[in-house]
Each structure stands twice: as structure tokens, then as C-alpha cells.
Design a protein around this ligand. Structure first.
Ligand code: PGA
Length: 251
């Protein structure tokens, strides 16, 4: 049985006081629940103060990015070790906003995946097609390319510390979520491809989150699909109430 995993991607939102308050509300609302995994991913400047709020709770901490070097003259960048140092367990990599707004390539994302895994972080690797790609029937081809290149050189063992997030670009922040059937189809495809690459056991154990306009009212129908193992939540993770309602939808 794969344990459902709900992660909140706060993107470039909140401020110091708001991040602490939101984290505290999530901790309080989630309580000692252990049937699912839950994580929040605040902006870099608030990681450390959110880590303090999360201490002793079941809520885990993630970052939204890293730079794939141990240290060095990389002005403005953050290393895997720094994330671990401030209490992160997870890191989101390959988010479509970084692919499309900041020009990140599969090769660069693959370097980040290796850097994160070898430092001991857990990776949430995002993949997903644009609307034009879906309409041109390219969804599987795009997912296959992002998956194959993103995971290049990653062993089946290392996959136990990696979660995939299927995030159709046309559904992110648009209020237009994939239907449960579209999500299931893409997730089943991704799992099959991981199976081809790394064997049936790794594929069976792999968590695949869905992301893209997940809200309390659509969470249950998406999260009860057989290959949907959780959610990467953007907008709705900025209110503790809606984030917790999404998490409760899988209990
Ligand atoms: P959204 O974002 O829930 O606001 O659509 C999801 C994501 O970008 O991870």
C-alpha cells in the first residue's frame, strides 16, 4: 500500500509572519495523523522559521528548488546541504514554472535530481504537458521525455526517495483541473514507464502526486484514482483550511 502524500507548494507567497501562522495552523489541524504524509514548501527565506514551527509535528518541510553543486561561487543559489541544514526533507524539482518561466532544461533538472538524492534529500520531480502539447496528442511523448531525461542515471534504489508529480501545465493556477480520468491515464502511463525502466517493484512502490488546481471539492475524486497517490497543491495550500480539507479527503 502506498501512503498518500499531500504537499503544499507556497510558491512566492506569504511573508514571515504569514508563513509562521500558516504552518502553525497546518500543524494544529493535522495533529498526530500518521495515515498520510503531509509537507509544506515555503519560500527559501521562511524555511528556517517554518522548521521551528513544525518541530515535533508530523508535518514535513520541503524547499521549492536547489542548485546542483555542493558549494561555490554561485551567487543567489542554495545548495542541497543548506536545505538539509535548515530542516528540509523534500525538494520540489522540475516545476513547470521553472521549466517554462526560467528556462530549466531536462538536463539541468537531472543534475538537480542527482545532487538532491546524493545529499540525502527526498525529491518531488514534476512533469507535465502544456495545453498545445495535449491538443497535439503529444502528452505521452512529453511525459516520457521529461521522465526519461529527468531520471537519467537514477538507480531503482534511489527511486525510493523520489516522488513524481504529474502537473499538466494547463491546470496549474487556472482553476481548470484534469479530470480524474485524465489524471489516472497519465499516472498509469508514468508508472508503466517507470516499470519498464526500473522494474515492477520500483514502479509499484513509486508515489505519483497529481498537481494542478486541486481544491477541497475535487480532491476526493482525483485522489481516489488507483494511480493517484497524493497531491501537490499550490493555491489551495495558502489557506490552512483548504489545505487540510484536501488532506482529509484521502482519509
Ligand atoms: P495550483 O498549483 O494548485 O495553484 O494549480 C499547483 C502547483 O503548481 O504545484
Amino acid at each position: 500500500m502506498r501512503k498518500k502524500f499531500i504537499a503544499g507548494n507556497w510558491k512566492m507567497f506569504t511573508n514571515a509572519a504569514g508563513a509562521e501562522k500558516l504552518a502553525a495552523e497546518v500543524v494544529k489541524g493535522f495533529g498526530p495523523e500518521t495515515r498520510i504524509t503531509i509537507a509544506v514548501c515555503p519560500p527559501f527565506p521562511y524555511l528556517e522559521r517554518v522548521a521551528v514551527v513544525l518541530r515535533g509535528s508530523q508535518v514535513e518541510l520541503g524547499a521549492q528548488n536547489l542548485y546542483p553543486e555542493k558549494e561555490g561561487a554561485f551567487t543567489g543559489e542554495v545548495s542541497p546541504a543548506m536545505l538539509l541544514d535548515v530542516g528540509c526533507r523534500h525538494v520540489i524539482l522540475g516545476h513547470s514554472e521553472r521549466r517554462h518561466k526560467l528556462g530549466e532544461t531536462d538536463a539541468f533538472i537531472n543534475r538537480k535530481v542527482h545532487a538532491a538524492l546524493s545529499a540525502g534529500l527526498h525529491v518531488i520531480l514534476c512533469v507535465g504537458e502544456t495545453l498545445a502539447e495535449r491538443e497535439a496528442n503529444q502528452t505521452e511523448k512529453v511525459l516520457d521525455t521529461q521522465l526519461t531525461n529527468g531520471l537519467s542515471g537514477v538507480s531503482a534504489e534511489a527511486l525510493s526517495r523520489l516522488v513524481l508529480a504529474y502537473e499538466p501545465v494547463w491546470a496549474i493556477g487556472t482553476g481548470r483541473n484534469a479530470t480524474p480520468e485524465q489524471a489516472q491515464e497519465a499516472h498509469a502511463f508514468l508508472r508503466r514507464r517507470v516499470g519498464d525502466r526500473c522494474g515492477p517493484k520500483a514502479a509499484q512502490n513509486l508515489l505519483i502526486q497529481y498537481g494542478g488546481s486541486v481544491k477541497p471539492d475535487n480532491a476526493r475524486s482525483l485522489l481516489t484514482q488507483p494511480d493517484v497517490d497524493g497531491a501537490l497543491v499550490g493555491g489551495a495550500s495558502l489557506q490552512a483550511g483548504s489545505f487540510l480539507d484536501i488532506a482529509r479527503a484521502v482519509l
